[in-house]
Ligand binder design. Structure first.
Ligand code: CTP
Ligand code: MG
Length: 234
């Protein structure tokens, strides 16, 4: 069955500091978004890619994708974003739902993760076909503690049971579309699509993520994680 991808790129990138939103900033000679997008368009297994774009950033988006080969243009579309990541993903899902042939599975990826490899994306597709909902995760190396509002530790969480979750997250299209539609009225803020799937009662499988697939969040994240000097991680 067909697999489509949604790349959410409609954020303001406030934590990444001044200048254009991080997804349009330069990373080794190319906009971050172009790198993220190319990882998906380069795979024949991906039928089409919907990029979710903030209306004010249309000019930046057009400039960023101008560097793509013409052979990709038929598989690329864009829709307007929303006020939250959740709303932006939903706009992407609704765009796919309104097309004549919606996909069987959908991958949802942050534009701010430009280092996802082809093998990671292939693992996501395979895992979604096997498990329905599947997300990449990494074992955590830090000790993770729960704290209360005063900063007092309330628990030290068992590290073997913890995973740091990334994107691309992969789902059966009809199931995640339905979950997003139902979650629309919820006051809770869902920080990833797996949380919406969990809330909807769907089992979510975690497959092996990639250490290099980090999200650009702060100014220092613009350097590839594999190239960071040891001092930077102290
Ligand atoms: N995103 C989106 N629409 C929003 C908010 C976020 O499409 N309304 C996208 C971002 O463009 C990014 C991804 O969701 O690719 C992950 O969000 P995050 O890292 O939080 O990016 P920003 O919201 O842009 O950054 P910040 O929170 O620092 O402002
Ligand atoms: Mg954000």
């Amino acid at each position: 069955g067909a697999v489509d991808a949604i790349i959410v790129a409609a954020g303001r990138g406030e934590r990444a500091g001044a200048g254009a939103p991080k997804q349009y900033r330069d990373l080794d000679g190319e906009p971050v978004l172009l790198r993220s997008l190319r990882s998906f368009l380069a795979l024949p297994a991906i039928r089409r890619v919907v990029v979710v774009v903030r209306a004010e950033d249309r000019g930046l988006f057009d400039a960023a994708v101008a560097g793509l080969g013409a052979e990709y243009s038929g598989r690329l579309m864009s829709v307007d974003g929303g006020a939250s990541r959740q709303a932006s993903v939903r706009h992407g899902l609704e765009a796919l739902a309104s097309m004549t042939a919606p996909p069987d599975h959908v991958l949802i990826h942050d534009a701010a993760r430009p280092w996802a490899s082809a093998s990671l994306i292939r693992r996501a597709i395979t895992a979604a076909r096997t498990h329905g909902s599947a997300v990449p995760g990494l074992a955590v190396s830090d000790t993770i503690k729960a704290v209360d509002a005063c900063g007092q530790v309330t628990a030290t969480l068992p590290r073997p049971a913890l995973r740091a979750i990334q994107t691309p997250q992969a789902f059966r299209f009809a199931a995640i579309l339905d979950a997003h539609r139902r979650a629309l009225g919820e006051p809770a803020e869902f920080t990833d699509d797996a949380a919406i799937a969990e809330w909807a009662g769907l089992p979510v499988h975690v497959f092996e993520g990639e250490a290099a697939n980090s999200k650009i969040t702060h100014p220092h994240d613009f350097r590839a994680p594999v190239m960071q000097a040891p001092a930077a991680s102290l």
